[in-house]
Design a protein around this ligand. Structure first.
Ligand SMILES: NC(=O)C[C@H](N)C(=O)O
Length: 466
């Protein structure tokens, strides 16, 4: 698939398409969609901006590459004056008081937000069923889940309702729905894009990233959003990734994969067979492929969920109805906190808050939380060693195909285990990209920290080989 952004840019410049018509068309398609991708539409916001772009073009003024391009925003990002619900009952009526840095950068580049997108509430989930806006349906088969937590964003891109969408990825939330719906989704190196204005889930792995239909579109959007922000001390300055730098399809000489991922009993046989075919293709094309040892799925998933639950319990403690959220009055203030939280958080969020507080509580934290931190360091060290031996690590995005709507809600543990291939890279804070491959899941390309360029480069290599 070629760059949608460049194609639309040309059409706008050549006056084959007006920006107002383009934006109206996306708004209409989103309003009519039956996949439950929309939490709120932004018609006034979007059409006013579209008219400005049209005026510029008719005056013969040049426009930037992203100017006039309609995009979607996962409903966990602040955009001043718009609802930011995190798909939760608690924040159902909350309006953002300010705009997230990443979103502001896109606005400054002229891109036009048209929709706040459905997702798992507070990012808690892998199916986009944990939401008050209705389960998101898969773009290819509506009986299956859209994936999560950025399900609405991936489905909107796959169905062409947005040109690109901004998801959020803590343990796979961009990559997994991208894989389930056959589009590209990037979790950049942790810190490459500021988290300021992203509703915090697990701050040590939360990442902002784009979902789109081509590598080029991922690059264009990534460049705009990247860079140090004084409002996020974990952000860093990243050099722009040029178009030329990702064209070198011979840059990657060696690729590793985790033996235990592919030999696992839990992997779907078709996903395994397809993956091994890719390995053969790489070898035939003189790319060295190494089978690597790695932590087992249970260790990866339990380390991730131990830390993610602890962090979310802490981050969400501020949501007690005092400053934010649907407050429920009661006899005493303490009781009001309790009722507000128990009535307004979903079952899945409560499971995580209770689990997280347990992990952090006195008497448990040494045995559980500190062990989680130690394992995270061990996982990061393992990656450091791996990247001395290989340029890229390749894996399927998930061991399984998208489940039927309803199944993940019945079995949360199975849902957590389905994150087995994504969470390790999150704990390592590595750049990792989903590329579409086959109808089941996708391929995940990962490089060492800050080597986001290499990830995009290899995605282009795969395009020429597969
Ligand atoms: N938020 C994410 O990255 C998705 C992951 N399945 C989680 O629930 O933590």
């Amino acid at each position: 698939m070629e760059s949608q952004i460049l194609k639309i840019h040309q059409q706008l410049m050549n006056k084959e398409l007006s920006c107002t018509a383009l934006v109206q068309n996306k708004l209409d398609a989103l309003a009519a969609n039956t996949h439950h991708t929309v939490n709120s539409l932004l018609p006034d916001y979007a059409l006013e901006r579209a008219a400005q772009v049209d005026a510029k073009i008719s005056n013969g003024e040049p426009i930037g590459i992203l100017e006039g391009i309609p995009f979607g925003i996962k409903d966990v990002y602040m955009l001043q004056g718009t609802y930011t619900t995190a798909s939760s009952k608690l924040l159902q009526n909350y309006k953002s008081a300010y705009t997230a840095t990443a979103i502001q950068k896109l606005l400054d580049a002229g891109a036009i937000p048209v929709v706040k997108e459905n997702c798992d509430s507070f990012g808690h989930g892998s199916s986009s069923e944990n939401t008050i806006f209705g389960a998101v349906n898969n773009a290819r088969n509506p009986e299956l889940v859209g994936g999560g937590s950025s399900g609405g964003s991936a489905v909107n891109v796959a169905l062409g309702y947005t040109v690109f969408s901004i998801g959020g990825d803590t343990g796979g939330s961009i990559r997994q729905p991208a894989g389930y719906n056959g589009v590209y989704g990037l979790k950049p190196t942790y810190g490459r894009i500021s988290r300021y204005g992203l509703m915090a889930y697990a701050s040590s792995t939360d990442c902002v990233g784009p979902i789109a239909k081509s590598v080029e579109d991922i690059r264009l959007v990534l460049n705009v959003m990247s860079g140090k922000d004084v409002k996020d001390q974990t952000s860093y300055d990243a050099t722009e990734i040029s178009k030329e730098s990702i064209q070198d399809t011979k840059a990657v000489k060696s690729v590793g994969y985790f033996k235990n991922f592919i030999d696992s009993e839990a992997i779907n046989p078709k996903i395994k067979a397809d993956f091994l075919k890719v390995v053969d293709t790489l070898k035939e094309n003189h790319i060295e492929v190494k089978a690597l040892d790695f932590f087992d799925s249970e260790t990866l998933v339990s380390t991730y969920y131990t830390l993610a639950m602890a962090e979310t319990a802490s981050n969400l403690s501020r949501l007690d109805g005092t400053n934010y959220g649907n407050r429920i009055e009661a006899e005493s203030l303490k009781e009001s906190y309790a009722v507000t939280r128990s009535e307004n958080f979903s079952e899945e969020s409560k499971r995580r808050i209770v689990g997280g507080n347990q992990v952090l509580s006195q008497g448990f934290s040494d045995a559980i939380y500190l062990k989680g931190l130690a394992l995270r360091d061990a996982i990061a060290n393992n990656f450091e060693e791996d990247f001395k031996a290989v340029d890229i690590i390749l894996s399927p995005v998930t061991p399984n195909t998208p489940p039927k709507i309803g199944d993940s809600l019945k079995d949360p543990l199975a849902m957590y285990l389905s994150d087995a291939y994504t969470v390790g890279f999150s704990l390592g804070q590595l750049p990792t990209l989903t590329v579409p491959q086959g109808p089941e899941t996708g391929l995940q390309i990962t490089a060492a920290k800050t080597k986001d360029t290499l990830v995009l480069q290899f995605a282009n290599t795969l395009k020429t080989l597969l």
